[in-house]
Design a protein around this ligand. Structure first.
Ligand code: ADP
Ligand code: FBP
Length: 320
């Protein structure tokens, strides 16, 4: 069973527009509402593929009740924790050329008592888990070491923890030796202070995250695929998509596919890539099921260090 924790879940509204014209009244072509948040999406992807998963989901206000209704309608196995602050709403503007602009609300603060209740829910469910996935941003005022504390707690019990987050929460988690981290290119650049222009940079940056404590690094590179760096080797893979519709949730689907295939090695990377590619072919953050996933076309092998990334390289970020 794969247990997920999403401290800052969301209602995700994806709005299809003609072109993003700042300051104008934009008439949307279509809109799509999904339950969201990184761990929530990992559980949704696993559910869609009949892989056992349970999601720990704090929820608050009308938005939170709607989130729980949407997840219940999908049949998600979840432990819901009522909290005082309303669940956030995140908006994605999707342009016809595939450009997406995401506006993620900060969410509302969780009190120390609410955090304790959520931690108890995670601990109570974790005894059945092979992996615990701690995913997404932290709401305001939540201590940056919250995922690190989980890593330490579960390491003692022999439970593997995968962390997919950014900024100080990622920096803290690295020091607690997570079994796996899944940075995207921006997160890799921010965590290391390195410009990431080619696969050699990705491998070097992943090595820095491993030196800082992560056992395995699964670096997602958007349309460029992904790199896996673990004890037994380094692999690069890609699963090209000819008609991308929405990359929202692709990283979550990728992580779900990787963990569902065992969480290590080139075959797991290949499955992660096929799930990620399938998510990109679907609207909004809909998670792919077996009918959406095409294992053909995925290629995994050693990375060519000089191969340039096609996506815009992020500017080097200052180290904290
Ligand atoms: N345009 C795309 N074409 C093909 N695959 C994609 C595309 N965008 C994302 N993916 C797949 O989804 C994975 C996660 O995407 P990425 O944008 O790196 O993650 P995140 O959503 O976490 O920022 C990638 O590793 C890749 O496998
Ligand atoms: O917690 P964050 O970093 O604000 O991200 C939350 C957003 O990320 C998502 O989980 C999508 O994640 P990915 O595109 O990285 O897979 C959305 O459902 C949600 O709105």
């Amino acid at each position: 069973m794969i247990l997920t924790l999403t401290l800052n879940p969301s209602l995700d509204r994806t709005i299809a527009i003609g072109a993003l014209d700042r300051g104008a009244v934009i008439r949307a072509a279509a809109a799509h509402l999904d339950p969201g948040g990184k761990g929530v999406n990992v559980s949704r992807a696993l559910l869609a593929n009949a892989v056992a998963s349970r999601a720990v989901v704090p929820f608050g206000g009308d938005e939170g009740r709607q989130l729980v209704r949407l997840l219940a309608a999908e049949g998600l196995d979840m432990v819901t924790v009522p909290v005082a602050g309303p669940t956030r709403s995140n908006v994605t503007l999707a342009e016809p050329d595939g450009t997406i602009t995401k506006i993620n609300e900060p969410g509302t603060a969780l009190s120390p008592g609410e955090l304790d209740t959520i931690a108890e829910a995670v601990l109570a469910a974790a005894h059945e888990a092979d992996w615990v996935v701690a995913s997404g941003s932290l709401p305001p005022e939540v201590p940056a070491d919250v995922y690190a504390a989980l890593c330490r707690r579960f390491a003692e019990a022999g439970i593997l923890v995968a962390v997919d987050t950014s900024g100080p929460a990622l920096a803290c988690a690295l020091g607690a030796a997570p079994a796996l981290v899944k940075p995207n290119v921006e997160e890799l650049a921010a965590a290391t202070g390195m410009p990431i222009r080619c696969l050699g940079d990705v491998v070097e940056a992943a090595g820095k995250l491993r030196a800082a404590g992560a056992r395995t690094v699964l670096a997602s590179l958007g349309a460029d695929g992904a790199v896996l760096v673990e004890d037994s080797g380094i692999w690069y893979g890609e699963a090209p998509v000819t008609e991308p519709r929405s990359s929202v949730g692709a990283g979550d689907a990728m992580l779900a596919g990787f963990l569902a295939a065992g969480g290590h090695g080139p075959d797991a990377l290949a499955q992660g890539l096929t799930w990620g590619a399938a998510a990109v072919r679907l609207p909004g953050s809909r998670m792919p099921g077996p009918d959406d996933i095409d294992p053909a076309g995925v290629a995994v092998g050693p990375p060519d260090p000089v191969r340039l990334l096609t996506s815009t390289p992020p500017a080097p970020a200052p180290l904290p």
